[in-house]
Design a protein around this ligand. Structure first.
Ligand SMILES: [Zn+2]
Length: 281
């Protein structure tokens, strides 16, 4: 049977994406002078001695598999805008915290302000550092007994020496007056230390990170001239939680293990006392 007389079903390419256009095929043996390889997954062996190759898809790569590849954006500014925002809002940075960091707009509620301040710490640029200063209530300096310069140094150190790994906002609540509010959130982070030295005549850099740490914090915010500002941290708890955990109880395995062990020891001590048992501790 010649290829011209083949019914359509017989010349069908084995690839789903093939458009079945005759131009997509060529006789591999006759035109390229090579026998079709195993990688030519679209070779159709429906005509003895006249193997056909789908020229669109049989360039040695075979059919595309798996999820669609992400498009790489060369422009770093655009790439940053379309990156998911680090504040866990589910939005892109360009339509979430970036306009606040550029001071093009201002967060309309304390929770959004809190999220944008977290992202500012993560970004750690001169602009976001300034944003942290601009969104801090003047009374905060008196509360922590620091000058603005010292506060800026603190923020700078936090940006440099802490790698922020996650945020979960747990709750937002109103304060006693209209211009007061509280936001409770949890962050995950690691302390980072950078080293630089010379070895073999070359300058080498190294970084070391601590174990992941958790901080659950309740912050107080105040509204001044229509703008919410961070005033102080009113509660802070370093209990360890797994990344992304929103529960109230720690799920940290080590901590739970320690709890269970101390409870067991307490029960054993009680039992010894009750039954007058004097054995090995
Ligand atoms: Zn955001």
């Amino acid at each position: 049977m010649s290829s011209k007389t083949l019914p359509q079903a017989h010349v069908k390419c084995s690839l789903k994406k093939c458009t079945l256009q005759p131009n997509n095929f060529r006789a591999a043996k006759g035109l390229s002078g090579r026998r079709p390889q195993r990688r030519d997954s679209s070779v159709v062996f429906n005509t003895p001695g006249r193997e056909r190759v789908c020229t669109t898809f049989a360039a040695g790569f075979g059919p595309r598999k798996g999820p669609e590849k992400k498009v790489k954006v060369a422009d770093p500014v655009i790439a940053e805008e379309i990156t998911p925002c680090l504040c866990d809002s589910g939005k892109d940075y360009g339509s979430c915290c970036q306009p606040y960091h550029k001071e093009n707009s201002y967060p309309s509620d304390p929770e959004t302000l809190m999220r944008s301040r977290y992202t500012a710490f993560c970004k750690a640029t001169p602009a976001t550092l300034q944003y942290l200063i601009d969104t801090t209530h003047p009374d905060h300096l008196a509360i922590v007994d620091k000058t603005e310069l010292e506060l800026k140094d603190d923020y700078n150190l936090s940006c440099k020496n802490i790698a922020y790994e996650g945020l979960k906002v747990l709750s937002s609540e109103d304060g006693e007056s209209e211009d007061e509010a509280f936001v409770t959130f949890r962050i995950w982070y690691k302390f980072v230390a950078s080293f630089e030295g010379k070895r073999g005549g070359k300058t080498r850099k190294a970084t070391e990170k601590s174990d992941r740490k958790t901080n659950t914090e309740k912050s107080r915010f105040k509204k001044v001239d229509g703008r919410w500002l961070f005033i102080e941290s009113v509660e802070s708890d370093q209990t360890s939680f797994r990344l992304g955990d929103e529960s109230e109880e720690s799920t940290d395995v080590l901590l739970k293990g320690k709890d269970a062990a101390s409870k067991a020891l307490g029960m054993a001590a009680k039992a010894r006392q009750q039954f007058g048992f004097k054995g090995k501790q």
